[in-house]
Ligand binder design. Structure first.
Ligand SMILES: [Zn+2]
Length: 169
């Protein structure tokens, strides 16, 4: 049966380690979201046992969730296995509730608990309940707002009439 779905999930995340004499293969198992078929992403191929960091190797055997996340975010793994990750909706934003009371301009800091790539404009729009256009108009940030980032950043929200104000004077 051929399945054309291009979406797969790691589920809870499982590695498979296969030993061949002193060489190890390590795969990360992923499951097709439509037909449930399991396939393997190559993490390490025929690598001498000795060259593994023992803690890392232990993590592969134990299906360490942090190691699963780290491998998924590793651009090398993605390139080798020709996949790109879609992080849409795969993150949660915790915001303090009383931001509207602050004086303008208002500065905020974003801290990432996991380095999941998120577009700052999406994140700020969701966090502050603004439209994406409004974010682009009112938010000052050192990072390009439309390009995904995995690192924390600080941004400033200008008052509603910011554009008029800066033009007028
Ligand atoms: Zn499938």
């Amino acid at each position: 049966m051929d399945c054309r779905s291009e979406s797969a999930t790691t589920g809870e995340g499982r590695f498979r380690v296969n030993a061949n004499r002193k060489l190890l293969d390590v795969w990360l198992l992923v499951r097709c979201v439509s037909c449930d078929r399991t396939s393997k992403l190559t993490v390490h191929e025929r690598m001498p046992v000795r060259s593994f960091d023992p803690v890392e190797l232990e993590g592969y055997y134990a299906n360490d969730p942090k190691l699963v996340a780290a491998r998924l975010l590793d651009p090398l793994l993605a390139r080798r296995n020709r996949f790109t990750l879609d992080w849409t909706g795969a993150w949660r934003l915790d915001t303090p509730s009383a931001w509207l009371d602050g004086p303008w301009p208002f500065q905020a800091q974003v801290v990432f608990e996991d380095s999941v790539p998120v577009r700052p404009d999406n994140l700020i729009a969701q966090g502050l309940g603004l439209s994406r256009n409004e974010v682009l108009r009112r938010v000052k940030c050192d990072l390009p707002l439309r390009r995904p980032t995995t690192a924390g950043f600080t941004f400033t929200v200008m008052a509603w009439d910011y554009r008029e104000g800066s033009r007028g004077a």
